[in-house]
Write a protein that binds this ligand. Structure first.
Ligand SMILES: NC(=O)c1ccc[n+]([C@@H]2O[C@H](COP(=O)([O-])OP(=O)(O)OC[C@H]3O[C@@H](n4cnc5c(N)ncnc54)[C@H](OP(=O)(O)O)[C@@H]3O)[C@@H](O)[C@H]2O)c1
Length: 295
């Protein structure tokens, strides 16, 4: 199949591109800046494209005519979204609507990457059908984009994921590799210990998205890990995996960090539907750590 992936320079997009190439698809990777990958596959093409530019989208969709769109590109940092709300709305919400308009002209299957931050984090372990109630601007822009996806006239899927980690295929560190660097450099670092997450190994997420494409199933899917951990718990497990003491990692409460964006405290997601419909079987956090920090 011809698959257009946005956000291919990002953590999630890079794993999605790799997985889809492994499965024999023709992949059109797109990002706002130049290609950071080293894929040498003949089925791989890179198109530099700002998806908030309707003319760039028209040209790309006319040339590619994708069977499937995996929309992973976003302003993904909650604090950035809080600081520059106009840009966050333009990229996360308006950009998604633009992509939907172009995808409709090709009758593409549209898969949208969303987030646990659409929930308020009071209850935790949310199911797909639970009511959303974002408490950050990032969460609001993603929820509004979800609502637009649900109006799409052709098949669609929304994939909500949580705290993604994995060895960077190219580009910037994830939380786990960033913590490993801080430990090796003996840098002091504060990590929150009162937020619950179900961290997601990027390779599992990419396999789950590939399964959605293969099975052509639609609707909302929660794709994340099964283990519930705080960021501090994740960091301590990374230290243990590396056989290091971590006296300079300081556990702190969310309230003390004074971050710009509010974060849901309990934001793990329930993956029962993905297990049942997709055969989704994520690695444990320990297994994911070995893939991320091992050779
Ligand atoms: N990472 C997580 O923990 C997490 C958790 C929950 C949900 N998600 C969702 O998963 C998706 C992927 O996240 P990620 O961590 O992979 O993000 P990321 O590493 O920040 O990558 C974002 C990507 O989006 C591209 N992009 C941003 N604005 C663009 C624009 N206007 N036009 C074209 N491309 C644009 C960037 O391109 P350039 O790099 O070339 O600028 C980059 O490739 C997002 O939708 C995010 O909301 C992520």
């Amino acid at each position: 199949m011809k698959i257009l992936v946005t956000g291919s320079n990002g953590l999630v997009g890079s794993y999605v591109v790799q997985q889809l190439l492994e499965e024999g698809h023709q992949v059109f990777a797109t990002s706002r800046t130049d290609d950071r990958s080293a894929f040498k596959n003949p089925r791989y093409r890179f198109v530099q494209m700002d998806f908030t530019d309707p003319y760039a989208l028209d040209a790309a969709f006319e040339a590619i005519q994708p069977d499937v769109v995996v929309h992973s590109g976003a302003m993904s940092k909650p604090d950035d979204c809080e600081t520059d709300q106009q840009e966050a709305y333009k990229i996360n919400t308006v950009g998604t609507v633009q992509l939907l308009l172009n995808a409709a002209a090709c009758e593409s299957f549209f898969i949208f990457l969303s987030t646990d931050f659409v929930f308020n984090g009071k209850e935790g372990m949310h199911k797909e059908s639970d009511p959303a109630d974002p408490i950050s601007y990032y969460g609001r822009t993603k929820l509004e984009a979800e609502e637009a996806v649900q109006e799409y006239g052709y098949p669609w899927a929304i994939v909500r994921t949580v705290f993604v980690y994995g060895k960077p295929l190219y580009g910037r560190d994830c939380f786990v590799t960033m913590i490993a660097k801080k430990l090796r450099n003996q840098e002091p670092y504060k990590v929150v210990n009162d937020q619950e997450r179900t961290p997601t190994y990027a390779g599992d997420l990419a396999k789950g998205i590939a399964a959605i494409i293969e099975k052509k199933v639609t609707g909302i899917f929660h794709l994340c890990g099964a283990d519930v951990l705080s960021p501090y718990g994740m960091a301590m497990k990374a230290a243990a995996y590396l056989g290091m003491e971590a006296p300079l990692l300081e556990p702190v409460a969310t309230a003390s960090l004074k971050a710009l964006a509010r974060r849901p405290l309990k934001s793990g997601l329930d993956i029962s539907r993905a297990k049942e419909v997709l055969g989704y079987a994520p690695l444990s956090f320990s297994e994911g750590l070995a893939k991320t920090l091992g050779n």
